[in-house]
Design a protein around this ligand. Structure first.
Ligand code: RB5
Length: 142
């Protein structure tokens, strides 16, 4: 189950990604926002980080205008590894190497077709489980 949220800057891209997830029968919950009206991105980062840490959601997707503010906010939360990716290589690498549990995107940076390829790569790539990566991640968490 995927937890997804955006601020107003990411709202339009989120609608495209939600339509894609529906078309692929990927289970998700939309934690807002629910209109293009201006909101504060840290509130939506908090909703998705809580959802992922609860264990009920395997991964999260967060979108703001650039992806920067919302990823900064998410990465303040212990246990969250939020990766801002605007290319497929980074999306694959952050799953393999960092076991990132949230993908951040910038709705004013990337178009929907490319973003959907990034999302699909992020959601379908498993963590490598390589010892060197486990060791490095543990140095982040502790
Ligand atoms: C909102 O205007 C914008 O600042 C926000 O979406 C995001 O880009 C912040 O990093």
């Amino acid at each position: 189950m995927i937890a997804i949220a955006s601020d107003h800057g990411g709202f339009a891209l989120k609608q495209e990604i939600i339509a894609h997830l529906k078309s692929k029968n990927v289970a998700f919950k939309d934690f807002g926002c629910y209109s293009p009206d201006a909101v504060d991105y840290p509130d939506y980062a908090k909703a998705v980080t809580n959802a992922v840490l609860s264990g009920e959601y395997t991964q999260g997707i967060l979108i703001c205008g650039t992806g920067i503010g919302i990823s900064i906010a998410a990465n303040k939360v212990p246990g969250i590894r939020c990766a801002l990716c605007h290319d497929v290589f980074s999306a694959e690498a952050t799953r393999l190497h960092n076991d990132a549990n949230i993908l951040a995107l910038g709705g004013r940076i990337i178009g929907p077709s490319h973003a959907i390829m990034v999302v699909d790569t992020f959601l379908s790539t498993p963590f490598s489980n390589d010892e060197r990566h486990i060791n490095r991640i543990s140095k982040i968490e502790n």
